[in-house]
Design a protein around this ligand. Structure first.
Ligand SMILES: Cc1cc2nc3c(=O)[nH]c(=O)nc-3n(C[C@H](O)[C@H](O)[C@H](O)COP(=O)(O)OP(=O)(O)OC[C@H]3O[C@@H](n4cnc5c(N)ncnc54)[C@H](O)[C@@H]3O)c2cc1C
Length: 424
């Protein structure tokens, strides 16, 4: 509450750790409800972040945060779905075909620009945002949280807000400081990624979709290609960590060696020129033992990260921010909020739906469904809904029961394939 050097008082009601999509959406929603909000961000924006492909559901959350016009005016690459490719087989899902109500399109965004735009919008609405201030300690044992932050010059300040939202992403500030981290059930996967001037000839590929390519030999290895509106694209490969580590040389050598293993993808990228150095993230899946406690809640990646295959990260981050802002408003108005029943449990419904899809992707069942050419149109629409991010729509039979249903559906698809083969 009092700056150790200047004596300045900090009277904010909500302190948000991190200015990524979760932090910005929470800040914007809370200031619009009339609360004093302070966002403290460790880095200077714009900063690089991986995770450039959004889902259609995120636009509804952006709209509710009052940022839709700014996002629509920014000139990002329009995205209307996802394309999957494996050994000459293709399958595309157009978000407009989804069964759930809501937006049927979204954007592919360089995250440095996108995240900066969102936090500038939150600041324009009245949130106080300070960059290059890092949260280093947290104590929730007293009546009010005590949060210590350190500025770039090394000075420390103590904040005593009424509530803390941890939106620190992979920084996982409160899980680390409060010992809430728990192992992810997923095997350790890693990613190599970069941005390129893609040089893809016009018409060679649909820039309005993310392209997910399954490796020709290994079905649990996959590549993303996410085109932007500025002639650049984000590319990357995901595999089990031990698989990726077999490839020798620099990150550049390893990324391109893997791309050369898929002839179609490497033909598409034949003219690509580097726009950024190749980065590597190892073992990013994360989990926590609890998503809230007295005086705090964990948003987005600070709580859990599943896997990038269905581009669900930003949508989950924004959904958690949207839910927490609504609950905090009620709590500040004097209502009793059951954070387990009203935040953790309903948020997990969507996260578990995505988890079922991720598990189905890696065990092959969802890939059998996706690449099956004679899919029932009604079933396709419900699968398309989850792929578009509507993972909380309880009218969709795949929501909350994705894994079992995908396995049953995959069996039917395999039988259909076998029958078609024997008839031909
Ligand atoms: C390989 C890979 C590919 C991905 N692809 C996609 C994709 O295509 N689409 C998608 O939606 N998601 C994708 N994701 C996930 C996506 O990147 C994240 O889910 C998303 O960025 C989470 O948003 P957030 O707001 O929770 O956190 P972040 O965007 O990570 O923001 C957290 C902020 O907190 C700040 N911070 C950290 N520590 C501190 C501290 N101590 N004090 C103050 N500030 C701090 C950080 O500097 C950062 O700016 C991908 C992830 C990986 C690993």
């Amino acid at each position: 509450m009092i700056h150790k050097q200047t004596g300045e008082k900090f009277l904010n009601e909500v302190l948000i750790i991190g200015a990524g999509p979760a932090g910005s959406v929470a800040a914007a929603m809370l200031v619009q409800k009339g609360y004093r909000v302070l966002v403290l961000e460790k880095q200077l924006f714009p900063r690089f972040s991986v995770g450039e492909s959004l889902l259609a559901q995120s636009l509804g959350l952006i709209e509710q945060a009052g940022m839709l016009e700014a996002v629509q005016a920014a000139g990002f690459q329009y995205k209307n779905g996802a394309a999957f490719a494996h050994n000459g087989r293709y399958s595309t899902f157009n978000f407009a075909e989804k069964s759930s109500p809501g937006f049927g399109y979204t954007y592919q965004v360089p995250r440095g620009e996108f995240d900066h735009l969102l936090i500038k919008e939150a600041a324009r609405m009245g949130a106080e945002v300070r960059f290059e201030v890092e949260i280093i300690a947290a104590d929730f044992s007293g009546e009010r949280p005590r949060i210590t932050a350190r500025g770039k010059d090394g000075s420390e300040e103590l904040h005593q807000p009424r509530f803390v939202l941890d939106a620190s992403g992979f920084g996982r500030v409160l899980p680390r400081l409060l010992g809430l981290e728990s192992p992810s059930p997923f095997p350790t996967r890693s990613a190599l990624f970069t941005q390129v001037y893609d040089g893809i000839p016009s018409g060679a590929f649909d820039r309005q979709k993310i392209r997910v390519t399954t490796h020709p030999k290994f079905r649990d290895v996959w590549f993303w290609l996410i085109p932007f509106s500025n002639g650049k694209a984000s590319i990357g490969v995901v595999a089990r960590d031990e698989f990726l580590q077999q490839y020798p040389g620099s990150n550049e050598d390893r990324l391109w060696a893997l791309h050369r293993e898929d002839p179609e993808l490497s033909a598409l990228l034949a003219n690509a020129k580097p726009a950024l150095p190749v980065g590597e993230l190892r073992g990013y899946a994360a989990n926590v033992s609890r998503m809230w406690g007295p005086g705090y809640a964990l948003l987005g990646n600070a709580a859990e990260f599943l896997d990038p295959v269905f581009s669900s990260g930003v949508t989950i981050a924004m959904k958690s921010a949207n839910m927490a802002a609504g609950l905090l408003d009620r709590q500040f108005r004097g209502e009793t909020v059951d954070w387990e029943a009203e935040f953790a449990a309903p948020l997990k419904l969507g996260v578990e739906t995505f988890r079922g899809f991720v598990e189905g992707w890696y065990d092959g069942s969802l890939q059998d469904v996706i690449y099956y050419p004679r899919q029932d149109p009604k079933i396709r629409r419900t699968i398309c809904s989850v792929l578009a991010g509507y993972a909380w729509d309880t009218s969709n039979p795949y929501v909350g029961r994705a894994k079992q249903r995908l396995h049953t559906l995959a069996q039917l698809c395999r039988q259909g394939e076998a029958q078609a083969d024997s008839a031909s």
